[in-house]
Ligand binder design. Structure first.
Ligand code: ADP
Ligand code: MG
Length: 316
């Protein structure tokens, strides 16, 4: 059934959880938010487009989850605490079943992170979703890509490559099973590492989230920091689901160039490493070291390792 724009907003986006700092939310010409005293405002925006960021036919709830997750991941990479979002939806038609699923996926993740939807826009067009996320960070420090220094350790959360493996599973319709299901979920339901980012805020020297591919994203971090990195291929976290379905060298390629992980890659001065290891709520792996110079060198069994694919670039 088709709904009007007003009905869609009223039914699916207007009424949900409240926050004390949202003085005026959905329904007026703009939202009014209480600025948090003594905190810095952190904002980011990301768009996902059908056929570019997710395959056509992806379940509506997964699209809703992803639209917010990719934005939360950016705030995680800053060490920030998310609090509100704006939502722009471009869709070819007002399909109520689709909108209901989309809103459910989006707002479920929002609730998990205490994020309130405070406004947005809706237009007819190709399926594309933009979320602008806002949050805050304490004034005594936030994470950037630029703080890595020679001697720092290079770390990553989770298992890079599983999401790209999941996309391959979906595209190739590989035989269903526990491994394929696990990997597909890693692609469809990225888990933004907000809690880790909050903990890294005063521990890490630099951080970013892994969206385009581990290797290309480490290159960006190194360029921003004016440093080089040695990436130890043997230290990449292993995935039993990946090695069940993909050959060993394909697993390495997926880990290095796959993208869509939404994990955090970060650098830690050696004196903070013990504190980092002490309280890990998800698997963290040291995958290399930072040195003087520029660029990222991959090392395998002590020797330079040549990489076939480096990562995703929309315009490459
Ligand atoms: P305007 O034309 O003044 O921009 P709209 O009719 O587009 O207003 O939107 C009316 C209200 O609904 C505004 O508060 C707007 O922020 C909100 N809104 C519109 N689309 C969405 C959406 N997709 N999600 C949440 N709020 C929305
Ligand atoms: Mg509008």
């Amino acid at each position: 059934m088709s709904l009007t724009e007003f009905e869609i907003i009223a039914r699916y986006f207007a009424h949900h959880d409240a926050r004390a700092d949202v003085l005026l939310g959905v329904g007026d010409d703009a939202a009014v938010l209480e600025a948090m005293p003594g905190r810095k405002l952190v904002v980011a925006l990301d768009t996902i487009v059908e056929g570019v960021h997710f395959p056509a036919g992806t379940a509506a709830a997964d699209v809703g989850h992803r639209a917010l997750a990719v934005n939360l991941s950016d705030l995680a990479a800053m060490g920030a605490q998310p609090s509100w979002m704006l939502l722009s939806v471009s869709m070819p038609q007002a399909d109520e079943q689709w909108v209901a699923g989309f809103a459910a996926g989006l707002l479920e993740l929002a609730r998990q992170h205490g994020v309130v939807l405070v406004g947005g826009d809706m237009v007819r067009g190709p399926l594309a979703i933009t979320v602008q996320i806002g949050g805050w960070v304490e004034p005594d420090g936030w994470l950037t890509r630029a703080g890595a220094r020679p001697g720092d350790q290079l770390w990553v959360s989770g298992i890079p490559g599983e999401a790209a493996a999941g996309l391959a599973v979906l595209q190739q319709s590989l035989a269903p099973g526990a491994a394929a299901t696990h990997l597909a979920q890693r692609f469809l339901r990225p888990q933004p590492r907000i809690a880790l980012g909050r903990r890294l805020r005063l521990l890490a020297s630099a951080a970013m989230d892994v969206s385009d591919g581990l290797l290309t994203d480490i290159e960006k971090l190194c360029a921003a920091s004016g440093c080089a990195a040695q990436l130890d291929i043997d230290a990449l976290p292993a995935s039993s689901a990946m090695s069940e379905l993909f050959g060993a060298s394909e697993c390495v390629q997926l880990a290095l160039a796959g993208g869509d992980d939404y994990e955090l890659v970060f650098t830690v001065p050696p004196q903070h490493a013990a504190q980092l290891r002490a309280s890990a709520e998800l698997p963290l792996a040291q995958i290399g070291v930072i040195s003087a110079g520029s660029g990222v060198q991959c090392i395998r069994q002590g020797r330079p390792f040549a990489v076939a694919r480096r990562g995703y670039d929309h315009f490459a």
